[in-house]
Design a protein around this ligand. Structure first.
Ligand code: ATP
Length: 235
């Protein structure tokens, strides 16, 4: 579904992605872990089109994504939930979700998506008419994920959904992601610093460091890899 080959991105003269390659098959749940500054967010931004690519290829369902302007990419089925829970604070929960439903498929599926979202996150049902800016961090993260879902994506990209959340709240977000993946015919790409939770939730993963893939494999291969255990799992 998503094929990235030898992708290079730089900010000014400073390289952020250094010939990175990865493959995501339809229906996969792929986690990307790595330290601060490894290039995880830059990778997502290059898929959604908010940073220019210096060289390399990104193919989505056989189409050259780099040739497609950023604003058209959501209409292909790509939803990017950015880090930092960027909800619209002065809009209600429901209005935030409506903002996500601006794609053709999102409008078509609005009623069923809304029912799915409110069932997945019952607290959002209770807070439907509340301004998103008044919600707790965990609830705002639910709104951010739900807004991505409201576009009826084929590929859901989640950038550090657990950032800044208490462990129990973060766990409930991971559980929701697993549930979404099970219930919807979705491909999930997850960037996380909480490597244990990210790797335990996914099918396959990549470890990236300083803009390069240093390790890739199936979930169990990564979880049992000595380097991963030492560097990321604290074992
Ligand atoms: P984090 O977990 O801290 O978000 P990350 O793995 O997502 O890290 P990126 O945010 O993609 O990493 O950053 C990769 C590199 O690019 C880092 O060295 C970072 O300092 C640099 N960088 C990121 N955004 C910019 C920018 N807008 N301008 C200049 N350099 C940037």
């Amino acid at each position: 579904m998503l094929e990235i080959r030898e992708l290079c991105v730089a900010y000014g003269g400073v390289s952020a992605l250094n010939a990175i390659s990865l493959t995501v098959n339809a229906g996969d749940f792929v986690s990307i872990v790595g330290p601060n500054g490894a290039g995880k967010t830059t990778l997502f931004k290059s898929i959604s089109g908010s940073v220019p690519v210096r060289s390399g290829h990104i193919t989505f369902e056989g189409r050259d994504l780099i040739a497609i302007p950023a604003h058209e990419r959501p209409h292909l089925g790509i939803a990017h939930v950015p880090e930092g829970r960027q909800v619209f604070p002065n809009l209600t929960v429901e209005e935030n979700l409506e903002m996500g439903a601006y794609t053709e498929t999102g409008r078509r599926d609005w009623k069923s998506n809304l029912a799915f979202i409110l069932n997945l996150f019952p607290i959002l049902d209770e807070r439907r008419r509340q301004l998103a800016g008044t919600l707790s961090g965990g609830q705002q993260q639910m709104v951010a994920i739900a807004r991505g879902l409201a576009s009826s994506p084929k590929l859901l990209m989640l950038d550090e959904p657990s950032m800044g959340l208490a462990p129990a709240v973060a766990d409930s977000i991971f559980e929701a992601i697993v549930e979404i993946r099970k219930a919807r015919n979705l491909t999930v790409l997850l960037v996380e610093q909480r490597a244990v939770e990210a790797l335990e939730s996914c099918d396959r993963g990549y470890v990236i460091e300083t803009g390069r893939v240093v390790l890739e494999g199936e979930q169990n291969e990564l979880l049992s890899d000595e380097r991963v255990r030492k560097a990321y799992l604290g074992m």
